[in-house]
Design a protein around this ligand. Structure first.
Ligand code: NAD
Length: 456
């Protein structure tokens, strides 16, 4: 598509002319982005209500609020982040100074999914702008209202040679991936992540892949059960389970299983009422395809809570499924919906060994009051990031990098990590011309003997 080629060419020219580099420019663009969100808040609430039935509260906390925090953090810290980092030089480099320059990659491509369609499109863009890059943004085709609003807002706020939104589905993505970008930041499924990495290799474009997986919530026998229940229910059913770091399943010690289930049922009622399907603010499933995929899981195990659906509104009650085994189909893929399977164990070390043998999840949550065991579990299991005695909350701390490992992704962002992700670390040695230590040059016998002695 000619249009896509032209967009990338204009952005490359804009970048190579040095338009994105100055601190003042970058800061101003971040401020403009914040202003853009403030001015369009009403439209944003409306678009997210239309796309996912998101309430104002959820839009404020999980989309806008998150972006405001990230923007304020970047605006406040940008000048420090841009400073060259001085590093030490060894004795063999006497007279020289060494430092690292943060260099923008150039033209970046950001591809985002539908589940937090505003946050996941713009949070990486904050890092790209802060680091001095141009941005082509490809939001998800499944959240049409938010994608269209994003395109309008960005067009009204920024020069398209600097930041632009290209809407479209798979074909647009494929066409975009043929272009030479200097960085690709992708958020989405593991399956598509593999396609992105393969295509990026054509131009040796570096990638960040923010993917998904089955994130466990392990509840041990000594956990604070009421708090565990509350935090798991919140993490699972926020956005109707369509959250990359939502607890995918609960793995609970037999001894406390009954108590946990009872507490979770109570929590669901307290958050969503006795009839969640009639709750105006309860989130819907993104489309019929995903709704039908999720409904099939409802016939597995024994429903302990929920299980009702409203096909016309694409809503599924917060559901707890008991008597689930690792062989059920619900345990073979990321659920990404409001259905919570329960598995149990009698020994947490055995449970950890089972999880360790599986693909590395994006998140892991461990509920226990035993400090030693907390440390052991955190070290023994590999996962993107997680929490002890909480769910999801780790991702809103801008001091923590957020990202996956193995099948759940590579690279990370949030806070300064977003700036670092979109910057190349350029190493510089500034040599003295006042003297010239002869050791490294050939034909110096004394230097040779000293070098041999040092290297022994
Ligand atoms: P997806 O992979 O289907 O789509 C993501 C993006 O890729 C969209 O912009 C889409 O248009 C594009 N795309 C789809 N198929 C493509 C193809 N064949 N070639 C090129 N581009 C293609 O993901 P989704 O369904 O929108 O989102 C759900 C997934 O995203 C879940 O697996 C979830 O765990 C994951 N996710 C991860 C994070 C994270 O931060 N790690 C955040 C949210 C969602």
């Amino acid at each position: 598509m000619k249009q896509i080629e032209e967009v990338v060419a204009h952005q490359r020219a804009f970048f190579l002319n040095g338009n994105t580099l100055d601190y003042a420019v970058r800061k101003e663009q971040l401020q403009k982005l914040k202003e853009m969100l403030k001015t369009n808040e009403r439209g944003i609430y409306h678009a997210l209500k239309k796309d996912l039935n998101k309430s104002r509260h959820e839009t404020l906390t999980t989309e806008l609020g998150f972006l405001y925090t990230e923007l304020d953090f970047a605006i406040k810290n940008l000048s420090g982040w841009m400073e060259p980092t001085k590093v030490r030089s060894p004795i063999t480099h006497k007279g020289s100074k060494s430092f690292i320059l943060k260099e923008p990659y150039g033209v970046s491509l950001i591809m985002s999914p539908w589940n937090y369609p505003l946050q996941l499109a713009l949070a990486p863009a904050i890092g790209a702008i802060a680091a001095g890059n141009c941005v082509v943004l490809k939001p998800s085709e499944h959240t049409e209202a938010t994608s269209a609003l994003l395109a309008d807002m960005i067009q009204d706020t920024f020069n398209p040679s600097y930041i632009t939104v290209l809407e479209g589905g798979k074909e647009t993505s494929e066409e975009l991936l043929k272009q030479r970008f200097d960085y690709i930041f992708f958020t989405g499924s593991t399956e598509v992540g593999k396609v992105i990495m393969k295509e990026a290799s054509t131009h040796l474009t570096p990638v960040t892949l923010e993917l998904g997986g089955k994130s466990p919530a392990i509840v041990d026998k000594d956990a604070n059960i009421n708090l565990a229940a509350k935090r798991i229910v919140w993490g699972k059913f926020t956005n109707a389970g369509q959250t990359c770091v939502a607890p995918d399943y609960v793995y609970v010690h037999e001894k406390v299983k009954f108590k946990l289930l009872k507490a979770m049922k109570k929590q669901i009622k307290s958050f969503y009422g006795k009839e969640p399907l009639k709750n105006d603010d309860y989130i819907r499933i993104i489309n019929e395809k995903h709704f039908n995929r999720l409904v099939q899981f409802l016939s597995e195990g024994t429903p302990l809570h929920g299980g009702d659906t409203d096909p016309a509104a694409l809503k599924i009650e917060p559901t707890i499924l008991d008597k689930i085994t690792w062989n059920h189909s619900i345990m073979q893929e990321e659920i990404f919906g409001p259905i919570l399977p329960i598995l149990s164990f009698t020994n947490v070390e055995d449970a950890a060994a089972v999880i360790r043998a599986k693909e590395k999840p994006l998140a892991l949550y461990y509920f226990s009051e035993d400090g030693k065991m907390q440390e052991q579990i955190m070290q023994y299991l590999s996962f993107g990031g997680g929490s002890i005695n909480d769910t999801i909350y780790h991702l809103s701390n801008p001091h923590l990098p957020f990202g996956g490992v193995g099948a759940s992704g590579m690279g990370s962002y949030h806070g300064k990590y977003s700036f670092d992700t979109f910057s190349h670390d350029k190493s510089i040695l500034k040599q003295s011309t006042k003297f010239d230590i002869p050791f490294r040059y050939p034909g110096n016998k004394f230097a040779e003997s000293v070098t041999k002695r040092i290297m022994k």
